[in-house]
Each structure stands twice: as structure tokens, then as C-alpha cells.
Design a protein around this ligand. Structure first.
Ligand SMILES: Cc1cc2nc3c(=O)[nH]c(=O)nc-3n(C[C@H](O)[C@H](O)[C@H](O)COP(=O)(O)OP(=O)(O)OC[C@H]3O[C@@H](n4cnc5c(N)ncnc54)[C@H](O)[C@@H]3O)c2cc1C
Length: 340
């Protein structure tokens, strides 16, 4: 036993009694206060945890609830430090607790003051915008400042226009491009009308890049994009340009209404990358299902699946794959474009 947690024998040390007594008394006076803080910190933490797990809570209050967890943490830290047993004072456990409380409190303040991600923020300007009406999607091209370190295929960045909240979008340009390109679908308060609000030359803050997608190119693949989920495959297609000696890859792009410009670009990219493209316009054709994929590609168990699109679409596919004894855990990878 290291003896870290055992209660130490009372010491009759030679410290000046008056100093120890006053510190002791001060801490003793704060006992009730510390107990209340701990209780409130605990209730706050419980409430915030419930908000986080409650799927109907909108993104903004959800984000605020995450930030407020730092406040709950600080309350609980003050409680724990003030109520640390007197018998532990001066022992290793005392210094360990203080050390962890100090580091944790710095991290909590860092988060509370909005410093998280600050070193990854870069100034950028809007170079061009374009709108694809059938896909209700805008293209945004930005020129980030020279501190931008580039990205890898599949990564995303937060874009912030003025004082609006930052929103995450996948980088669709090639990994070596000096300009970064995004495809943004109008889905809610911020994205609807973005095309009209953003002008060439506007300043944008880009935070990132974040995320990691490992496309295992040693095995045949089936890539499925629902709607703007196609954004997740553009950058990898760019990196595959001219490298056609990889196992078979089939890309299924499904959308309600297909924009010709986007489809043409995708066709050209997939041709150069040696990827077979299947465009499914659900306005005119049945929705994609596993039987359709199996008819075209053969045994689905021979493939790795990469999906990006709406959750309901992914659930339908995984349910059908389950019926084929497909190893979903190992061979099915999904990105649903949601933060929670
Ligand atoms: C990793 C990632 C990559 C994404 N890539 C793309 C992309 O390439 N193209 C594209 O069109 N969309 C992408 N999205 C989705 C995009 O971020 C949301 O559609 C957008 O933020 C919605 O904002 P809104 O206010 O218009 O819609 P709202 O109706 O307000 O929100 C719709 C949903 O979007 C999410 N959301 C809202 N605000 C934020 C925020 N500030 N941060 C994070 N999520 C938020 C919430 O889940 C919310 O329920 C991506 C999302 C993630 C998580």
C-alpha cells in the first residue's frame, strides 16, 4: 500500500499555532458555504447533463449547456478543496487534489472565456460564390490567410461571418489547393439565404481543420451520399485524380433534384479518379436500397461502406445490410453532419 489514502497520524508539529489556527478557522467558517456550492454544482451538472441528452433541445441551448458545465465544475472544485479533510493537509493526496483542481480550473476558465479553438482560427476572404438551385446548395470559395496549414480529405471547418455563430462545413477542395471550397445546403436559420447575404470580398473566420476520415483504399468500397452529404466525397475524389489503380469504388449520389453543374463536375472528377458514379434523382427514380446496390456491385459483404447524409437514410441502409449479415461495426462508416 502506498499509504496515499490512509489517514495520517496527528502531528504535533512546530508550525506557528496562530497561523495554522487562523487558516483552519477560515476554512471552517466556509464549511456551510462549501457544502451549498457543492450541492448547487451537483444540481447544475445534473440539469446540464439532461439538456445534453435531450435530443429535442436546439443546438444553441445545447452548446450553452456544454459551456456551463465549466461553471458546475468550478463550483464542485471549490466545494471539494474547501472540504478536504484536515487530516490530509500536507499529505501527497492533498497536493494531488490541489494540482488536479488547479489544472481543471484553468481548463474550465479557458473554455468559459471562449478560448477553445482560438489558435485554429484564420482570417479569410470570400473569393467567389455560386448557387445550384436544383440542389438548393451554394458553393463558397475562400482564400484563407497564410497561416492556414491545409487539410486532409474529409475534414471540416467552422465558418463564422461577422458576429453570427460559427457553423461546421466540410472542405470539398483538394488538399493542396490554396483556396478552400464549401458546398452549403440551405437547411435552417443560418444557411437559408446565406447566398444572398455573402458577397465577394467579405471577411470570414475559418476555424479548423478538424476531423479525420480514413478511407481504407485497400478494399472495394461503396460510397453513398444523400443530398449535401456529397460534400464528404469531393476532397477524396480530388486526391484520387489520376490514381486509378485502387480497388473498385462505386459512388451513389442520391438527391431530390439534380443540379446539372454539380452532376457534370462530379462526373468529370469520378472519371479522373477511376470511381463509378451512379446519380439517383429521387424526384424521378425510386430511393436507393441495398438490393439495388447488390444487383449492381454483387455481394455487399465484399465492400467497405462509407455513408454521408441524413440519419434516417443511414438507418434504413444499415437495417437492410443487417439482413445480409453485414459486419456494420467494422465495415460501415457514417457521417451524419450532426454535432450531437
Ligand atoms: C462535421 C460537420 C460537417 C458538415 N458539413 C456540411 C457541409 O459540407 N455542407 C452543409 O450544407 N452542411 C454541413 N453540415 C451541417 C451544417 O453545419 C448545418 O446544416 C448548419 O450548421 C445548420 O445551421 P442552420 O442554422 O442553418 O440550421 P438550424 O435549423 O438552426 O440547425 C439545423 C441543425 O444543424 C445543426 N447546427 C445548427 N447550428 C450549428 C452550429 N453552430 N454548429 C454545429 N451544428 C449546428 C444542429 O444539429 C441543428 O439541429 C455539417 C455538419 C457537421 C457537424
Amino acid at each position: 500500500m502506498a499509504g496515499i489514502l490512509t489517514r495520517p497520524a496527528r502531528q504535533h508539529d512546530s508550525k506557528p499555532a496562530a497561523t495554522e489556527f487562523s487558516w483552519n478557522a477560515w476554512v471552517n467558517n466556509l464549511h456551510g458555504f462549501a457544502e451549498n456550492l457543492g450541492e448547487w454544482g451537483f444540481y447544475l451538472l445534473l440539469a446540464l447533463l439532461m439538456i445534453s441528452l435531450w435530443a429535442t433541445v436546439k443546438y444553441k441551448p445545447f452548446k450553452l449547456s456544454h459551456r456551463l458545465m465549466s461553471v458546475a465544475y468550478l463550483l464542485i472544485v471549490v466545494h471539494s478543496v474547501l472540504l478536504l479533510k484536515h487530516a490530509y493537509w500536507g499529505e501527497p493526496i492533498y497536493y494531488l487534489t490541489l494540482g488536479f483542481a488547479f489544472i481543471g480550473s484553468i481548463a474550465a476558465m479557458y473554455s468559459l472565456l471562449g478560448f477553445v479553438g482560438r489558435s485554429n482560427r484564420h482570417a479569410a476572404v470570400v473569393v467567389s460564390t455560386r448557387y445550384f438551385p436544383q440542389a438548393e446548395t451554394m458553393e463558397l470559395i475562400l482564400k484563407p490567410n497564410s497561416a492556414w496549414q491545409g487539410h486532409t480529405a474529409g475534414q471540416f471547418a467552422y465558418l463564422q461571418f461577422g458576429n453570427e455563430d460559427p457553423h461546421p462545413f466540410t472542405i470539398v477542395s483538394g488538399t493542396n489547393d490554396p483556396e478552400i471550397r464549401f458546398l452549403i445546403k440551405a437547411l435552417g436559420d443560418f444557411t437559408t439565404g446565406l447566398y444572398e447575404r455573402v458577397k465577394i470580398g467579405d471577411a470570414v473566420t475559418v476555424e479548423g481543420p478538424y476531423g479525420r476520415v480514413n478511407f481504407d483504399l485497400n478494399k472495394p468500397q461503396i460510397w453513398i451520399a444523400g443530398g449535401v452529404g456529397i460534400a464528404a466525397f469531393f476532397a477524396i475524389l480530388e486526391t484520387l485524380k489520376g490514381k486509378t489503380n485502387h480497388p473498385q469504388i462505386d459512388l451513389f449520389y442520391c438527391n431530390r433534384g439534380i443540379d446539372n453543374h454539380l452532376a457534370d463536375e462530379l462526373y468529370s472528377l469520378t472519371q479522373q479518379a477511376g470511381v463509378r458514379l451512379n446519380v439517383i434523382d429521387t424526384l424521378h427514380s425510386p430511393r436507393l436500397n441495398i438490393d439495388h446496390i447488390a444487383t449492381q456491385c454483387g455481394n455487399v459483404n465484399d465492400y467497405n461502406f462509407y455513408f454521408c447524409g441524413p440519419e434516417i437514410f443511414s438507418k434504413t441502409l444499415t437495417k437492410a445490410l443487417g439482413a445480409h449479415s453485414f459486419d456494420i461495426e467494422k465495415n460501415y462508416h457514417e457521417e451524419l453532419f450532426v454535432m450531437r
